[in-house]
Design a protein around this ligand. Structure first.
Ligand code: 5GP
Length: 362
């Protein structure tokens, strides 16, 4: 197995509906096509298309949501997405999704999230830990040791935590509803709030009351920031001091300075940025500048299904593009532990898992 696949990894920026397998999407489209709800041949090429602008990506999400928004399908895709990440040795996954309401099928934001939780419970391929509880340090050290002892036949363990996304199309009230739901679901592994959706839509001030409320209540916050040039947003977002930001592409000099001095960790999604043509070529990607400045960074997939990538692939790509070796990539992955939204007990477990994997690194 290649080192970028076998080494433990931490995924902190993955959208549930963007991470669906193509094969599942095609199957769902075929079924809806047979029912006459859509024309399969019209959507097949949209699903299989490889390169899309950012605008086209959001059109694709509208199609994906038509295919996936029912309780059974939400449960299925959650299970598959978690199993896919676990299969490439993601030991900690923060999965984000936008709770959806669809009265015609009796779906509320809460029932949508219950379907997600059902999906986590349905995972069989690996052991999943998603409900926060005090981890007994000795037990967790034993479980790492046991994993090492029975290499090959061992059961893998993946920690999963959830972020609820506010879509930029939503109103202030809808955003607050999402934050309240996140607070109610803290006992089920919800740790934070994400602001995402088409960056050309909506205003920062619309979401601010909900994000402030979330912050006051102790939820962690990550914002999609600087995906398109928008002078009115980047600075207020940085002033808000979220725990992390995603992308950070279209920044001015002063905003780079503010980001670097604030030390806000950046979720870097290389393939996504290149495929959406937000960045014209990997060798001018800001990863290099931030990495050299020792700014806190974590490599992520964004939408592994939509962009036909995987977290292993992102590590391989960064290694090749920026001339970083196996050890440097391992350290980069390990540094991600610092930026997770789960508690210190989970961090401690992950440190143990990385220490144990480090012994096998040669
Ligand atoms: P979901 O929240 O439905 O599980 O995942 C898909 C949604 O995540 C999209 O409809 C969109 O709101 C958000 N999303 C996925 N990828 C991106 C991205 O690259 N940028 C932004 N701003 N939002 C995204």
């Amino acid at each position: 197995m290649e080192w970028w696949v076998s080494m433990p990894k931490i995924e902190l920026h993955a959208h549930l509906n963007g991470s669906i397998r193509d094969s599942t999407l095609l199957e769902l489209a075929r079924v809806l096509g047979e029912k006459g709800a859509i024309v399969f041949s019209d959507v097949e090429h949209v699903i299989m298309k490889n390169d899309r602008s950012l605008g086209e990506v959001f059109k694709l999400f509208d199609l994906i949501h038509i295919l996936t928004t029912d309780h059974k399908t939400v449960t299925r895709i959650t299970k598959e997405v978690v199993e896919d990440f676990a299969s490439e040795n993601v030991v900690y996954l923060e999965l984000r999704t936008t709770p959806k309401k669809n009265d015609s099928i009796g779906m509320s934001k809460q029932s949508y999230m219950e379907a997600v939780i059902e999906g986590l419970r349905a995972v069989t391929a690996v052991d999943i830990d998603f409900v926060p509880h005090k981890i007994n340090t000795q037990d967790s050290l034993n479980s790492i040791a046991m994993n090492d002892a029975c290499d090959g036949t061992r059961r893998k363990k993946t920690y999963v935590r959830l972020l609820l996304s506010i879509d930029r199309r939503e109103t202030t009230e809808a955003a607050i509803e999402t934050v309240k739901l996140a607070l109610e679901m803290r006992g089920l592994g919800v740790v934070g709030i994400d602001l995402s959706g088409n960056p050309d839509v909506g205003e920062w001030n619309t979401f601010l009351p909900a994000l402030k409320f979330a912050q006051e209540q102790g939820l962690y916050i990550t914002l999609h920031c600087g995906e398109v040039p928008n002078r009115r947003e980047v600075q207020p977002m940085l002033d808000f001091l979220p725990q992390r930001i995603g992308h950070a592409i279209f920044f001015e000099e002063e905003e780079w300075r503010q980001l670097k001095s604030s030390k806000i960790p950046v979720e870097i999604c290389l393939t996504s940025n290149i495929k959406t043509e937000s960045i014209s070529s990997i060798d001018i990607h800001h990863f290099a500048d931030l990495y050299n400045a020792k700014h806190p960074l974590v490599l992520c997939t964004d939408d592994a299904g939509v962009f036909s990538t995987s977290l292993s692939n992102e590590y391989k790509l960064a290694s090749t593009a920026f001339g970083l070796g196996k050890r440097e990539m391992f350290e980069l992955a390990r540094n991600g532990i610092e930026f997770i939204f789960a508690g210190d007990d989970v961090k401690q477990y992950l440190v143990g898992a990385f220490d144990s994997a480090a012994k096998k690194l040669n």
